[in-house]
Design a protein around this ligand. Structure first.
Ligand code: 5GP
Ligand code: 5GP
Length: 254
C-alpha cells in the first residue's frame, strides 16, 4: 500500500497565508488550540504515512554456479572463489502491484565505514561475481543505492545490510534443497520439486528465476523470498516477478 500524507483543514479561517508560512499544525494550534486527543491521532497517521513507502521486500539469492555458467561467464571476487552456496543478490523494496522504487536518495551514498563490522561476513555471504574482479564494494554500492535507499525510512545502511545477512542465516536454501535430494550436481530437477522443497521447509512459496547456460539450457539462477517491511519476517509473496523457468531445470555445480 502506498501511503500519502493528507492534510485536512479543520478551521474555517480564511487567512490561509498563516498556514502556508507557519505550517498547518503550528498555525492551527496557535490560533485555536485543539484538544491533544484530536492532534495525537493525526500525528500518528502522518508519522506512519512517512514511515515507509513500499509494501514488502524481495530477498534475492543467487546460485554462483548459474551466474558463472553462462556465455558471459564470471569473475571471482578478489578475496577468492566464494563458497559453493547461494549468495545474497539483494534485498529489494517492492510494491504490491509489481512495480518498485529505485535510486531513492542520492544524498545517502554507500559508505563502507557504516558497515565495517559486517564487511567480512558480506564478503562471504554477499560475494560479487561480476567482471572484472573486485572486492564487492561496487556490488554493495549498487544494491544500497538502487534498492537500499528506498527502504531507508525503515533501515539505515547498517540495518539494511545486517537485515539481509540475518535473512541469509535464517534460511539455508542449499541445505533445504540437499535435504530433499536436490544437489548442485549438474543434474536436471523439476521446478515443482524445487519449489515444494523450499515451501515445505519455510512455509512460504519461493519464486525461482532461471537463466540459460551456454548451450541454452534453463538453470536455477535465483531464489526470491518475500519479507515484510521490517525485513525480519518471511511472508507469502504479494506478487511474483515475471520471468519463468522450464519445467525441468539444471542445478549446475560450482
Ligand atoms: P532483470 O531485468 O535482470 O530481471 O533485473 C535487473 C535488475 O532490476 C535486478 O537486479 C533488480 O535490481 C531490478 N529488479 C528486477 N525485477 C525487480 C523486481 O521485481 N523488484 C525489484 N525491487 N527490483 C527488480
Ligand atoms: P541489478 O541487476 O541488481 O540491478 O544489478 C546488479 C549490478 O551489480 C550489475 O551492475 C552487476 O554488474 C553488478 N554485480 C556485481 N556483482 C554481481 C553479482 O554477483 N551478481 C549480480 N547479479 N550482479 C552483480
Amino acid at each position: 500500500m502506498r501511503h500519502h500524507v493528507v492534510v485536512v483543514c479543520l478551521t474555517s479561517d480564511p487567512d490561509t497565508s498563516i498556514r502556508e508560512k507557519e505550517g498547518f499544525f503550528a498555525a492551527m494550534t496557535r490560533r485555536n488550540p485543539p484538544p491533544v486527543s484530536l492532534l495525537l491521532p493525526l500525528l500518528a497517521v502522518a508519522t506512519t504515512s512517512l514511515a515507509q513507502d513500499f509494501d514488502f521486500f524481495y530477498f534475492v539469492l543467487q546460485w554462483p554456479g548459474s551466474y558463472c555458467d553462462t556465455a558471459k561467464s564470471c569473475c571471482y571476487p578478489t578475496s577468492g572463489k566464494p563458497a559453493a552456496d547461494f549468495g545474497i543478490h539483494g534485498l529489494w523494496p517492492n510494491y504490491n502491484d509489481g512495480s518498485y522504487p529505485s535510486n531513492c536518495d542520492p544524498n545517502n551514498p554507500y559508505d563502507a565505514s557504516k558497515v565495517r563490522d559486517l564487511l567480512s561476513t558480506m564478503r562471504q555471504k554477499w560475494p560479487t561475481l561480476a567482471c572484472p574482479s573486485s572486492d564487492g564494494t561496487q556490488f554493495w554500492t549498487h544494491e544500497w543505492e538502487k534498492h537500499g535507499t528506498c527502504s531507508e525510512s525503515v533501515l539505515d545502511q547498517h540495518g539494511y545490510f545486517q537485515a539481509a545477512l540475518k535473512l541469509k542465516k535464517q534460511v539455508d536454501v542449499l541445505q533445504i534443497l540437499q535435504d530433499a535430494g536436490i544437489q548442485p550436481d549438474g543434474g536436471d530437477y523439476s521446478l515443482k520439486s524445487i519449489v515444494s522443497a523450499i515451501s515445505d521447509a519455510i512455509g512460504y512459496t519461493p519464486w525461482i528465476e532461471c537463466n540459460n547456460d551456454e548451450a541454452g539450457n534453463s538453470q536455477l539462477y535465483q531464489v526470491y523470498l518475500c519479507v515484510d517491511t521490517s525485513a525480519a519476517k518471511l511472508i507469502e509473496c504479494p506478487v511474483l516477478p515475471r520471468k519463468r523457468c522450464g519445467s525441468e531445470i539444471e542445478f549446475p555445480s560450482f
